[in-house]
Design a protein around this ligand. Structure first.
Ligand code: NAD
Length: 346
């Protein structure tokens, strides 16, 4: 009996997004899984055609398919539109932002054995977008932290740790200063941690100290769970530890849908130049394959990508290589095509 193709929403995005999405689609098509891509457009160009950078059919497609992979989308500065990325996460209840940071052989970095997983709360904190002017010369942004969202993200971090054989979860906060909001986040993490005490170690760190420790001793840490803003900043720091934004993948996961995307943005200055590094989006595709239950295919794609990076002959300029986005993808596809066929493990 023929198996059903795996239907996935594909959002090419802005700037370098379309070329990275194309490279990623080609690599995932070579993984042995039969994908049926539903391509939908979001981003700057949609403002002229739809009056919004996030047309409703995009959300409908993701709700229908339950899974999407997305190129970066430019946030127009001061044009009156909220970030498409933040809106997507909130509209679809994608409450957990998972950002693994793992060293890759062949990249020049300070450490060669970093293996961290950042779990960032994705729906509240200062990203709730509640801002107003207080008179003409002062502005106020409101930081929202709730027990429900904090316990939910802590549970996600511990469940991830258990499912992936991780030993420790560290909660990151500034509860010494923001005693109520960050205090509630920390208290919620402690409550959830108590239920996992026999399986996963728990500790907490103040965010500034955490940044210093990650730069000096990243091997001391494993899974980090953070409120939205610290998660955004600390995950870029961790990306820097393993080779930069070009290699940092991410996943936004909710109860009913998941959207996979690189940590980096649309890097407009490189748009259309066949220069951008597709690694981060391809690794986001690897996270998507695992999420869909295709562990073997995920393993194969990741191995092929890591081999090409380690060899260094077909990587992009940011990794010190001579190749373009397309040629980088070609090398990964060639490696996948030469390998053993795999069984789909849905
Ligand atoms: P950026 O991540 O787009 O680029 C910063 C720099 O990092 C680039 O100039 C480039 O030197 C490097 N870089 C990033 N990705 C790379 C890649 N794949 N290959 C090689 N080099 C790469 O950050 P920015 O310039 O601050 O943001 C540009 C736009 O992207 C903004 O509108 C921002 O709002 C948006 N953005 C979108 C997302 C998203 O869609 N999830 C995330 C972050 C930023």
């Amino acid at each position: 009996m023929a198996t059903m193709a795996q239907r996935v929403t594909l959002i090419p995005g802005d700037g370098i997004g379309p070329e990275l999405a194309e490279a990623t689609r080609r690599v995932l098509d070579a993984s042995g899984i039969d994908f049926d891509w539903e391509v939908v457009e979001a981003g700057e160009a949609c403002i002229a055609t739809h009056g919004t950078p996030l047309p409703e059919p995009v959300l409908e497609s993701i709700r229908r398919n339950g899974v999407a992979i997305k190129g970066p989308i430019t946030t127009p500065v001061g044009a009156g539109f909220r970030s498409v990325n933040v809106t997507l996460r909130q509209a679809l209840g994608l409450y957990a932002n998972l950002r693994p940071a793992r060293s890759m052989r062949g990249l020049r970095t300070r450490y060669d054995d970093v293996d961290l997983v950042i779990v960032r709360e994705n729906t509240e904190d200062l990203y709730a977008g509640i801002e107003h002017m207080v008179g003409p010369d002062a502005a106020e942004s409101i930081k929202i932290i709730t027990r429900a969202a904090s316990e939910r993200i802590a549970r996600f971090a511990f469940e991830y740790a258990v499912a992936n054989g991780r030993r420790k979860v560290t909660a990151v906060h500034k509860a010494n200063i923001m005693k109520l909001s960050d205090g509630l986040f920390l208290e919620s993490c402690r409550t959830v941690a108590a239920g996992y005490a026999d399986r996963v170690e728990f500790e907490d760190r103040i965010v500034d100290n955490m940044c210093m420790q990650l730069v000096q001793k990243p091997d001391l840490y494993d899974v980090l769970v953070l409120p939205n803003l610290y998660g955004d900043i600390v995950s870029d720091l961790c990306a820097g530890l393993v080779g930069g934004l070009g290699v940092a993948p991410g996943a936004n996961i909710g109860e009913h849908a998941a959207v996979f995307e690189a940590v980096h943005g649309s890097a407009p200055k490189y748009a259309g130049m066949n220069r951008a590094n597709p690694t981060a989006l391809i690794l986001s595709g690897v996270l998507m394959l695992r999420h869909l239950g295709h562990a073997d295919a995920a393993e194969r794609v990741e191995r092929a990508l890591r081999d090409v990076v380690a060899e260094g002959r077909a990587t992009t300029a940011d990794l010190g290589g001579p190749a373009g986005t397309r040629e980088f993808a070609d090398a990964i596809v060639a490696r996948l095509s030469a390998g053993e066929p795999i069984a789909a493990t849905a």
